[in-house]
Design a protein around this ligand. Structure first.
Ligand SMILES: [Zn+2]
Length: 212
C-alpha cells in the first residue's frame, strides 16, 4: 500500500487542505455486505474520502479542486451545502454520510448514491457507533425501496434488495429480511458473481420458512 497527499482546495469555502491518495493496495475479499477486506487487515476506508475541515463538504476527489481538476459550484448549491447540519468532532461514518447528503443535492441516484451511505454503514459497524449504524441503515433501506420502484431488473436492484435483506436481518427484523430476500430471488437474471450472497439469502429463507 502506498499513501501520498496532494494539496486540495474546497470549492465550497475555499479552504486548502491535504487530500490522501491511496495506491497499490490490495483487496483480499469481501464480507457478506460487500465490504472490501484489505490485505493484512489494513483499515483503509478513511482514505476513500476527502473532507473539508472547515465547511464539511465531502466526497471523492472529483468533487474537489486539485492539480488539473478544477471544480466550480453554483452559489445556490454552495448555500445548500452550507445549510446541512454539521457535527463536531467528525467521525468517519459522518464523513461518508455527509458525502451522501451532498450527492443527493447533486442529483446522484441509485446504487452510486447508496455507496456513500454503505461506506458510512461499514465504518459505523467497524467503530461500533450504533447511532451511525442506525442512521446509515435507514438511508440504505430508503434508497433500496426507491431502486425497487424505479430501476427494473438489474444488478443494481439485486444489490439493493440484498443489502436491504441483510440490514433487516442485522436489526433482527426477520419478516422484513425474508420479504426483501424473496423479492431478490424473484429477479430473473441474478448475477453469478454473488454466489456467497445468494447462498446466504437462500439458507436464511429456508430456515425462516421452517420456523414459520
Ligand atoms: Zn470547505
Amino acid at each position: 500500500m502506498k499513501l501520498f497527499t496532494v494539496p486540495v482546495t474546497c470549492p465550497v469555502c475555499g479552504t486548502s487542505f491535504k487530500g490522501h491518495v491511496l495506491a497499490e493496495y490490495h483487496v483480499e475479499g469481501y464480507t457478506l455486505d460487500f465490504k472490501p477486506l484489505f490485505e493484512n487487515g489494513e483499515k483503509l476506508l478513511k482514505y476513500f474520502i476527502w473532507f473539508c475541515p472547515a465547511c464539511h463538504y465531502a466526497g471523492y476527489d472529483n468533487r474537489f479542486s486539485f492539480g488539473k481538476n478544477s471544480v466550480s459550484l453554483e452559489p445556490a448549491f454552495i448555500e445548500a451545502v452550507m445549510k446541512l447540519p454539521k457535527k463536531s468532532p467528525a467521525p468517519l461514518p459522518y464523513r461518508f454520510y455527509r458525502a451522501g447528503e451532498i450527492g443527493e443535492l447533486m442529483g446522484e441516484k441509485g446504487v452510486a448514491l447508496m455507496d456513500y451511505f454503505l461506506k458510512s454503514y461499514w465504518a459505523a459497524k467497524d467503530m461500533k457507533k450504533k447511532e451511525w449504524v442506525k442512521k446509515s441503515s435507514q438511508r440504505i433501506l430508503e434508497l433500496a425501496e426507491q431502486i425497487y420502484e424505479e430501476a427494473g431488473e438489474s444488478e443494481d436492484l439485486f444489490i439493493a434488495l440484498y443489502l436491504a435483506g441483510t440490514i433487516y436481518y442485522e436489526q433482527g427484523n426477520m419478516e422484513e429480511a425474508a420479504f426483501q430476500f424473496s423479492r431478490m430471488m424473484r429477479i430473473k437474471t441474478i448475477p453469478t458473481q454473488y454466489e456467497k450472497q445468494i447462498k446466504f439469502a437462500l439458507d436464511f429463507l429456508k430456515g425462516h420458512k421452517n420456523e414459520g
